[in-house]
Design a protein around this ligand. Structure first.
Ligand code: NDP
Length: 452
């Protein structure tokens, strides 16, 4: 049977674009449909604009430090009107690059929504139908807001932050995950009075407990008004802002409320159930190690499968799909020891297991150093960095590494290579320090802080 395409990709984000481009480079006839903007969450309303905002917001702290180092700095206000158009034009530029790279090997791009009609047919919003040998669903995720909270329609999500025409004077961030903590630090750094509510006992559930406590302390130290064990009871439009009643009894009016309470897979109305594709909890697409669904011609990669929801993982999954299906080389993605960073200020980089996970698995040694780096000590800044290694007693391998420091995202990428290679504590010990740096501590911790 002949088809219009060898591959039809639904979703122009990190995973879909990579798969579409690489498949087309093998000579396959490929189409990709995207209903919003090319580049997906990462480029348009996630990692990239977020990181630009992280850069922008970091300068306030730097200006204070510069003054203490002897610079004659006259700090000013942050001007969103200068930054925002620049950020948007940068996103336009990146979107153009994505589009060009995807189109170069001959991919047909449809700027409209696509839905699945049957295992080999896709329908576009204009009503046209296209047959295809394989379908790849790479539609990502979408922000979730708890519908039962009264007034929830007044609150925005991370999607709205990048479309704000004005910087609010005050903001409430709800949630305690990656996005909530990152945005709390960003707005705080930009000079916005920032409050954060998290319903649980400590932010960043699932991360190393010691590191969670450390990062929460530093966020508060820098000015984030963080309340744990606190949730929103109700919201109303009042006094030109949003009035919020909290479970701890607090009431206040904020210019903006942003919910960062998780993301759900983007599978609604795609025709997946009708085509017989099995979905899991929260609507995620269930796939095997090769990203194949229970329907042999339909595959899925990235956040829509809710495995490890990170851009570089989606890209790997997209590339592995092409290896498997178009290059005759069945390839699984190894989801173990994926390093990641939370771009709080300072940043938190982690790879491997937390102390709690490791201790549950086997006997461990924990090496931990929390100290004021030279750059902070000189100006009397109290903020401490944290370097932590979790080591297997049995085979001496580094099971986990956790770093909280400026630039921890960059540092954990390097440590991640060693951990992925299976480095032992003795390999770290044998590495000569780079002096004077704060990260030399990672090879200088000689005595375990504790064993478990
Ligand atoms: P997370 O799942 O990390 O966090 C969701 C937060 O919302 C949790 O603190 C959760 O609390 C809370 N929450 C959930 N439901 C409710 C509710 N009904 N009421 C109140 N609070 C609630 O999601 P994010 O949205 O922060 O991030 C989504 C994903 O995006 C991440 O998992 C990550 O994979 C990715 N990401 C990665 C980044 C990076 O690499 N730097 C940056 C941003 C996102 P509880 O803990 O109690 O469940």
């Amino acid at each position: 049977m002949s088809f219009d395409y060898d591959l039809f990709v639904i979703g122009g984000g990190s995973g879909g674009v990579r798969a579409g481009r690489v498949a087309a480079e093998t000579g396959a006839k490929v189409a990709l449909a995207e209903e919003y903007r090319m580049g997906g969450t990462c480029v348009i309303r996630g990692c990239v604009p977020k990181k630009l905002m992280v850069f922008a917001s970091g300068y306030s702290e730097r200006m204070d430090e510069a003054a203490k180092y002897g610079w004659d700095v006259t700090g000013g206000e942050f001007d969103w009107q200068k930054f925002w158009p620049h950020m948007r034009s940068e996103l336009d530029r990146l979107e153009g690059i994505y589009r060009t790279n995807l189109g170069r090997p001959g991919t047909t791009i449809y700027d409209q929504r696509a839905t699945i009609v049957d295992p080999h047919t896709v329908q576009l919003a204009d009503g046209s139908r296209h047959t295809t040998k394989h379908i790849l669903v790479a539609t990502g995720g979408t922000p979730f807001k708890p519908a039962e909270t009264p007034g929830i329609e007044l609150a925005g999500t991370s999607n709205d932050v990048f479309l704000m025409e004005e910087l609010p004077k005050s903001i409430l961030i709800v949630g305690g995950g990656y996005i909530a903590c990152e945005f709390a630090c960003i707005f705080n750094g930009l000079g916005v009075a920032t409050t954060q509510y998290y319903r649980g006992a400590q932010v960043l559930r699932g991360f190393d407990e010691e590191a969670r406590g450390h990062i929460a302390e530093l966020m508060q130290g820098r000015g984030v008004n963080l309340h744990v064990g606190t949730d929103v009871m109700a919201m109303e439009q009042r006094d030109g802002g949003i009035w919020v009643k909290a479970s701890n009894g607090d009431q206040a009016v904020y210019d903006k409320v942003i919910y960062a309470t998780g993301r759900t897979p983007n599978t609604q109305g795609l025709g997946l159930e009708e085509a017989g594709v099995k979905l899991g909890r929260g609507g995620k697409i269930l796939v095997d190690d090769y990203s194949q669904t229970n329907i042999p011609s339909i595959f899925a990669v990235g956040d829509v499968t809710d495995r490890v929801n990170l851009t570089p993982v989606a890209i790997r999954e997209g590339a592995a799909f092409v290896e498997t299906v178009f290059k005759g080389n069945p390839t699984k993605v190894d989801h173990s020891n994926v390093a990641s960073a939370i771009f709080t200020q300072p940043e938190y980089g982690a790879v491997g297991l937390t102390e709690e996970q490791a201790a549950e698995q086997e006997e461990i040694e924990v090496y931990c150093a929390a100290f004021r780096p030279m750059q902070n000590a000189f100006i009397g800044k109290e903020e401490r960095v944290l370097f932590k290694l979790i080591v297997s007693k049995a085979n001496r391998k580094i099971l986990g590494a956790h770093i909280i420091a400026d630039g921890a995202g960059e540092l954990i990428q390097m440590v991640g290579v060693a951990v992925k290679m299976g480095a032992t504590k003795e390999d770290f010990d044998a590495t000569v320090a780079v002096h004077p740096t704060m990260s030399e501590e990672v090879v200088l911790m000689k005595t375990p802080t504790r064993t478990a």
